[in-house]
Write a protein that binds this ligand. Structure first.
Ligand code: FES
Length: 95
């Protein structure tokens, strides 16, 4: 998976985060959306009507295109900080 975005924090502590079926080493404290984008993840959820892939757009909590599931709750990845052991899944359709 090739990242479109560059990681600007190569020296920061990294922690283990699961997204879907992959475990990733992501920068501790970075927003989950930024960290996943830098890791090459671009599809965070799919639309209910067509199943089209959606990913972060605004990065400030307004668009809801970055929704993921954490502990069964839909949360905005751009408003969620990376922490060790965080487990997230792509959200289904809807906002
Ligand atoms: S990217 Fe828009 S709400 Fe998260």
């Amino acid at each position: 998976m090739t990242a479109v975005f560059h990681d600007l924090t190569p020296g920061i502590r990294r922690v283990s985060v699961r997204f879907g079926d992959r475990w990733l080493e992501l920068p501790d404290g970075m927003t989950l959306a930024a960290a996943l984008l830098a890791a090459g993840v671009s599809t965070f959820r799919r639309t209910p009507a067509s199943g089209a892939p959606r990913g972060p757009f605004c990065m400030m909590g307004a668009c809801h295109d970055c929704l993921v599931l954490i502990d069964g709750e839909r949360v905005q990845a751009c408003m969620t900080e990376v922490r060790d052991g965080l487990e997230a899944d792509p959200a289904g359709g809807g906002a």
